[in-house]
Ligand binder design. Structure first.
Ligand SMILES: C[S@@+](CC[C@H](N)C(=O)[O-])C[C@H]1O[C@@H](n2cnc3c(N)ncnc32)[C@H](O)[C@@H]1O
Length: 256
């Protein structure tokens, strides 16, 4: 793959992801329940794409759904396997890129949550993900995902924010380039190691698309329906996710 298309997988973020972010991603559970409410009872097979630490994969598996979980980060995959083993849930975890992943069977539902779809490095990658998802779904199957919008980038991905948890502090220096529709976060980690604090650095980049582009790409890659919801009502009380900052989508693979 050309250098520009290589993704650096989560490393430190993977290790501390649940400790730092689990409460921030709770609203996505509400969005999933609301948007997939009528669909979920009919889902027999599913895949959580860019599954992170496996939270959603476990929720799906707990409903009796045969569940696959895919992520590019080896550590995220390991954490998902460990969580599934502890919960005694048969989640099958595959390490793969969302732009090229393949599943052993076509599934009824694919989820890709907490702006994971914004994590691809190039604008052209949206089409690659849509094609890979289309290939992995059975005809009539659904793809549920949420993305940051450029307004979301402006609100959330600017300035410096920090979080402190026992033995770990992170400082996120965020920025975005409106013209290029890209955002980044330079993350400084301070991790306690006995009586010392160790410093680590990690960078995450996101690309964003407008709703017209998402609609066009999914239409052109074999989806016959795309519904969209503003995410703000699900993130009530979070001033950073106001109206227009994040969108939740449900796409349906065409029957034909
Ligand atoms: C913001 S986290 C979201 C994790 C999870 N979906 C959640 O809701 O908590 C983004 C995830 O995308 C994964 N990721 C980034 N680029 C990827 C790619 N090209 N293919 C597969 N996974 C990727 C990261 O490793 C990380 O686990």
């Amino acid at each position: 793959m050309p250098q520009s298309s290589i993704v650096r997988p989560y490393r430190w973020l993977a290790q501390y992801y649940d400790r730092i972010f689990s409460s921030f991603r709770l609203p996505i559970d509400a969005a999933r329940e609301r948007v997939l409410g009528r669909i979920l009872p009919h889902v027999e097979t599913a895949c959580d794409l860019a599954c992170g630490t496996g939270t959603t994969a476990l929720i799906l598996a707990r409903k009796g759904i045969k569940t696959y979980a895919v992520d590019l980060s080896p550590l995220m995959c390991r954490l998902t396997r460990e969580k599934a083993a502890r919960a005694r849930l048969p989640v099958r975890v595959l390490r793969a890129d969302m732009r090229s992943f393949r599943l052993p069977e076509a599934v009824d539902l694919i989820t890709c949550e907490y702006d994971a779809l914004n994590h691809v490095p190039r604008r052209a990658d949206l089409r690659m993900v849509a094609k890979a998802v289309e290939r992995a779904l059975r005809p009539g199957g659904h793809f549920f995902f949420d993305v940051n919008t450029s307004l979301g980038f402006e609100r959330c991905w600017s300035g410096t924010i920090w979080f402190e948890k026992p033995s770990v502090v992170i400082v996120m220096r965020n920025g975005h380039n409106r013209q290029a529709d890209r955002a980044w976060s330079d993350i400084e980690w301070f991790i306690r190691d006995g009586s010392c604090w160790r410093r680590r650095h990690e960078r995450v980049e996101e690309v964003c698309w407008d709703s017209d582009e998402i609609r066009r790409v999914f239409q052109e890659t074999g989806f016959d329906q795309l519904r969209a919801w503003d995410a703000a009502p699900f993130w009530k009380g979070n001033p950073l996710i106001g109206p227009g900052c994040r969108t939740v989508y449900l796409a349906r693979r065409s029957q034909g």
